[in-house]
Design a protein around this ligand. Structure first.
Ligand SMILES: CSCCC(=O)C(=O)COP(=O)(O)O
Ligand SMILES: [Mg+2]
Length: 232
């Protein structure tokens, strides 16, 4: 029986196409102007310098921007890219250029579990500020009040077992009392190895071919949040 739920975002609460077709292109387009306008602010500079250092210490911001745009095209889950994307998306949400997609069953499930007293946590490759913006401006309104905590790759990669151990420690629960929801089997494998319960959320909109048999990695598989029973 779960005493807390930890959820992924992209492909789990929300559609992959919103992230790929709306958020990523917005960040790609806005990146050069954002770096010109904010590149000297310490909170931005630190990430630009980290990217430059990883690429042989190049100094021109234009080159860093090109590297970052390449990473967006490759869907790299790099902490520096994710931090900068979050800052850029803030303007998009503020100007109501978009709201964040959330599957209605996911919004309903989160509201229901919260009302039942289950603490809810997010673990996504998106930065914590980006997660807060996402759920603060979702298609179902501001859902941030539902969450008791937020984790991103600053705690470790999503396919690394230690990340899940650290999250359990941070929320002060044994891993065995945490239920992790994700669309990515490798993430679920890492969470299971850390001792968490796991559910593969296999959405037809994101994965037109249902994952069955070995492709589920042996994780319980559902297509919507309605099918998840945290008491099981
Ligand atoms: C919450 S920010 C938008 C999503 C994003 O940038 C991302 O990489 C999502 O990855 P996830 O770990 O939620 O699958
Ligand atoms: Mg995901």
């Amino acid at each position: 029986m779960a005493r807390a739920i930890l959820t992924d975002i992209e492909g789990t609460t929300s559609g992959i196409s919103f992230v790929k077709d709306v958020l990523f292109p917005y960040a790609r387009r806005a990146l050069p102007g954002f770096v010109r306008a904010h590149g000297s602010e310490p909170g931005v500079r630190k990430w630009l310098d980290a990217v430059a250092a990883e690429n042989g210490g190049m100094c021109r911001d234009e080159m860093v921007v090109e590297v970052l745009q390449g990473w967006i095209d490759q869907d790299r889950k790099h902490t520096a890219l994710k931090a900068l994307q979050g800052m850029i998306w803030a303007a998009g949400y503020r100007d109501a250029d978009f709201t964040a997609h959330i599957y209605p069953d996911a919004a309903d499930g989160l509201v229901r579990w919260h009302a039942a007293g289950l603490p809810l946590y997010v673990y996504s490759s998106g930065s914590v500020p980006a997660q807060r913006l996402f759920f603060g401006h979702s298609d179902a309104g501001d859902l941030t009040r539902l969450f008791s905590g937020w984790f991103d790759t600053e705690i470790g990669g999503k396919r690394e077992v230690d990340s899940y151990r650290r999250i359990a420690e941070a929320i002060e629960l044994p891993a065995s009392e945490v239920l992790f929801l994700s669309d990515v089997v490798e993430e679920l494998d890492a969470a299971r190895e850390a001792g968490m319960d796991t559910v593969l959320v296999d959405r037809r909109e994101d994965y037109p071919e249902a994952r069955t048999g070995e492709a589920t990695g042996g994780h319980l598989r559902v297509e919507t949040f309605d099918r998840i029973d945290p008491q099981a």
